[in-house]
Design a protein around this ligand. Structure first.
Ligand code: SF4
Length: 334
């Protein structure tokens, strides 16, 4: 038997023992290998190595600043993909305010011991107040101080959700929340925006780091190209109506049901994410297919320049409409 077959069989045995069918895993491997730009065999090898060295995997610290814990909910309810769930089960999540069992001084001690050790994956959810530290205090200390401290010895830093990446909704509040792009200048941060983070984006990014030891290729605003290279608009099934100037004006007219929602505030033309292909809730649907315009939550301009969300009166909507009317529509960002 070839080394390749031996390795695959060994891996598939482990996967099956974890309750995942071979068929599901092979389907997932093919998709992940294509995303990582490696062969399916190479991907399987890396997964085996990652599983075998489970005890050496970097610990994870998950900090929460000005957040609603929506990203935590999105990620902990992950149903798929199976392989990443298994591998992520084996990582050592040392500190996470919402899901950890410990509390008080004991939990804080675990955090400090892990920071001292270094080399952990730092996942950050929520923004940092820039108006006054007192808007977000954890364990009696400013969140900003904790973030700067934890960032120093982190092996990789991942910002999840609109708030942690670029400020999100808290940027529009008196706390003047900022994202890690501003709170940690000079640090390489992997940005996984959308509100909340897509569980596949986070699982795949952690998996990429665990199996390659590297940060995935990023775009000019720090997002992994494997997930954010194309715009929502490029893959939207209402796109033909945009090109034909069929814009939904009346929600009650069944004839307009499938028309482009540009006039209802859709920001899909200016937003990069693979939502229309990957979809949400285990691949069931996404905002536009549910009849809601894209609100641009994967962009640095979210929320301030994207609101109001459901009319075409935001700064971004006005820019898109002007370009469309002038016949010079093109992306300006990313
Ligand atoms: Fe789809 Fe929005 Fe583009 Fe219209 S503007 S085609 S609804 S992404």
């Amino acid at each position: 038997m070839k080394e390749e077959e031996l390795l695959s069989n060994k891996l598939l045995d482990v996967i099956e023992s974890c309750g995942v069918s071979r068929r599901d895993f092979l389907k997932y491997s093919a998709a992940m290998a294509a995303l990582f730009g490696i062969s399916e065999f190479e991907f399987a090898t890396k997964v085996v190595q990652a599983m075998e060295s489970a005890s050496k995997k970097p610990p994870v610290i998950w900090l929460e600043g000005q957040d609603c814990a929506g990203c935590t909910i999105s990620f902990t309810q992950i149903l798929n993909p199976p392989a990443s769930s298994i591998i992520l089960d084996k990582i050592s999540l040392r500190y996470h305010e919402t899901v950890m069992a410990g509390a008080g001084h004991l939990a804080e001690k675990v955090y400090h011991d892990t920071v001292k050790e270094g080399g952990y994956v730092l996942i950050v959810e929520g923004s940092v107040p820039s108006a006054d530290d007192r808007f977000c205090m954890v364990g009696g200390r400013p969140f900003k101080t904790i973030l700067e401290e934890a960032a120093q010895k982190a092996g990789a830093i991942i910002a999840v959700g609109a708030c942690a990446t670029y400020g999100g909704i808290p940027a529009a509040t008196p706390s003047k929340g900022i994202g890690l792009n501003k709170a940690l200048p000079g640090k390489t941060v992997i940005n996984l925006p959308t509100c909340p983070v897509h569980p596949d984006h986070l699982a795949g990014t952690v998996l990429y780091f665990l199996t390659t030891g590297k940060v995935p290729p990023l775009d000019n605003v720090g997002r992994p190209l494997i997930y954010y290279a194309e715009s929502i608009h490029d893959n939207c099934r209402r796109r033909a109506h945009f090109d034909e100037n069929h814009f939904l004006e009346d929600w009650n007219d069944p004839g307009q049901k499938e028309w482009c929602m540009l006039h209802k505030g859709c920001k899909g033309t200016m937003t990069n994410s693979d939502c229309p292909i990957r979809r949400w809730n285990d691949g069931i649907s996404f905002c536009i297919d549910c009849g809601a315009p894209c609100m641009g939550c994967a962009q640095p301009e979210f929320y301030q320049e994207m609101s109001p969300l459901y009319t075409a009166e935001s700064i971004i909507s006005k820019r898109i409409l002007a370009m469309k009317e002038a016949g010079s529509f093109k992306r300006e960002n990313s």
